[in-house]
Design a protein around this ligand. Structure first.
Ligand code: BYC
Length: 472
């Protein structure tokens, strides 16, 4: 059960006074960060209908109430331990999991936890102005739910840093509040978390594609030999699912509205003239956020990934579904770049673990895109949305520095420069989106013209429920 302490937790924090004091010392800095970098304009006079964890089992943690955002009960929640759990992969396969950090893996683990932790506040920073352009009260509430849970995920990583990494961990926890998304001098660690998210199309694409990287990375960390890391990330995954729901249904509702506008006026009519978002613009945003999120899986050939796997620190998604867990002999048939040309190579499977996770990720994304296409099918529209080839627009890994079109055809620098904005959003696209999102629709039950209402509301409430209320 979760305590009602100053820092809600299910880790018996009160029994470890030193840790409790350290976290209580970090807490005001966190709240200050939330005030400075969290959802701007909605911190003091609004109450939001959000869910808060009251226990980690399926029934107990989804407790809903109106909350002022700075008073959200962020805390430390770990999934229940698995009795006699053993390491599921790598060189230590079959040995008991670790409850403490082994000295020889300290740096690797710290690095993984810091990288994971850094993405959480980054996403809140990226999204902090979106409330002023929300398409409905329902969507505003979903944005804030995502934001408070990303804040909680930061708490999850800070708990691990404080508990297991001593002085360095405390320093890292402070650094997590001092880097800033998009800041030239102190940027966030991974590139996709420095991109601005100032339209709701970007937000939905981010929660669809980038939060899904969150899912694949958390699934692989949930297999970790460091048991507290595995249990922490396991509970984070239950929260992550809602974020992807927001992204997938958000884009789906935009696609649906676009289909309606296309039907109303004849298929070839320009949807933009009617204040909707045309399919080519939606496709460009898929191209952008999918490729940025592919980069988040790291290099196709990675000695870091091989070491993480060997040491049992970070596995594959759903490791239990694989038949062989040491992975010493097998190879991965990988497309690589050699002196500017594509070449297939067999590389040791452990070195390809980033790519193995990326395979899982691409399949999971494809399932979502297929569901969007069913909406168009239902409306009798023959256009289809697609994922670009995974070599397209890459900034990390084998294909960075070489250009490919969305079908995966290698192209020259000149063709890329000339045609880039056929495939990716340009300034005019951004301006158009901002023009149809120029004010917040803060009225229960009303939706912006470019998005269809959801099929149902939150937690049995109607779609026109007052999901965010203003205090008088
Ligand atoms: N941007 O061997 P490589 C989420 C660096 S999202 C910039 O391929 P590795 C969320 C790399 O650091 C999930 N730099 O790297 C979603 C290394 O640098 P050094 C977040 C990059 O370690 C939405 C060098 O390139 N969780 O939760 O195998 C909202 C060599 O690279 C990037 C995690 O990421 C990049 N994209 O793979 C909120 C899990 N990629 O050492 C939250 C933890 C690579 O040479 N992180 N580099 O200076 C990891 O597992 C790994 O760090 C990565 C990178 C998979 C990210």
């Amino acid at each position: 059960m979760i305590s009602s302490d100053k820092i809600p937790n299910n880790v018996d924090l009160h029994l470890n006074k030193r840790l409790q004091r350290a976290l209580e010392h970090w807490q005001p800095a966190y709240i200050q960060w939330w005030r400075d970098m969290g959802p701007q304009g909605f911190l003091d006079y609004h109450q939001v209908f959000v869910r808060t964890a009251i226990s980690v089992d399926a029934a107990g943690w989804a407790h809903f109430e109106y909350v002022r955002l700075p008073e959200y009960r962020w805390g430390i929640f770990l999934a229940d331990p698995v009795v006699n759990r053993t390491i599921g992969f790598g060189d230590f396969f079959g040995q008991p999991v670790w409850q403490e950090v082994p000295g020889e893996f300290r740096n690797q683990l710290r690095r993984l936890i810091v990288t994971q932790g850094d993405t959480e506040p980054a996403s809140v920073e990226q999204q902090r102005w979106l409330g002023h352009r929300c398409p409905s009260m329902y969507d505003l509430r979903n944005l804030f739910q995502v934001n408070v849970e990303e804040g909680r995920h930061l708490w999850a990583m800070v708990y691990l840093l404080h508990s297991y990494f001593g002085r360095d961990g405390r320093d890292e926890a402070e650094e997590l509040l001092s880097r800033q998304s998009g800041n030239r001098d102190k940027p966030r660690i991974l590139e996709a978390f420095n991109e601005p998210i100032d339209t709701w199309l970007d937000f939905f694409m981010f929660t669809m594609f980038t939060d899904r990287d969150g899912k694949s990375q958390l699934l692989s960390l949930a297999e970790s030999s460091l048991d507290p890391l595995a249990r922490t990330t396991k509970f984070m995954l239950t929260e992550e699912a809602h974020h992807m729901f927001v992204g997938e249904t958000g884009v789906g509702r935009i696609v649906e509205r676009t289909c309606q506008l296309m039907k109303e006026t004849g298929i070839s009519e320009d949807v933009r003239a009617l204040g909707g978002i045309d399919l080519p613009t939606i496709q460009k945003h898929i191209n952008l956020w999918f490729s940025l999120s592919l980069d988040l899986h790291g290099n196709e050939i990675s000695t870091n990934a091989a070491a993480y796997f060997a040491n049992g620190l970070k596995g594959r998604a759903e490791e239990g579904k694989w038949s062989e867990h040491r992975v010493v002999e097998t190879t991965y048939d990988l497309e690589t770049m050699v002196e500017g040309s594509l070449k297939r190579q067999h590389i040791p499977m452990r070195n390809a673990m980033n790519e193995v996770l990326r395979d899982w990720y691409v399949d999971d994304c494809q399932a979502g895109v297929t569901r969007w296409n069913r909406i168009m099918e239902r409306y009798g529209i023959s256009d289809r949305l697609v994922l670009p080839n995974r070599k397209f627009n890459r900034g990390i890994g084998q294909f960075a520095g070489t250009h490919f079109d969305p079908t995966g055809r290698q192209i020259s620098d000149e063709e890329w420069t000339r045609r880039k904005y056929e495939w990716l959003p340009n300034a005019a696209d951004k301006q158009f989106l901002l023009s149809i999102m120029n004010a917040s629709l803060f009225e229960a039950g009303r939706f912006a013209n470019y998005i269809a209402p959801p099929a149902r509301g939150i937690k049995g409430r109607p779609v026109n429920f007052e999901y965010v209320r203003t205090e008088m």
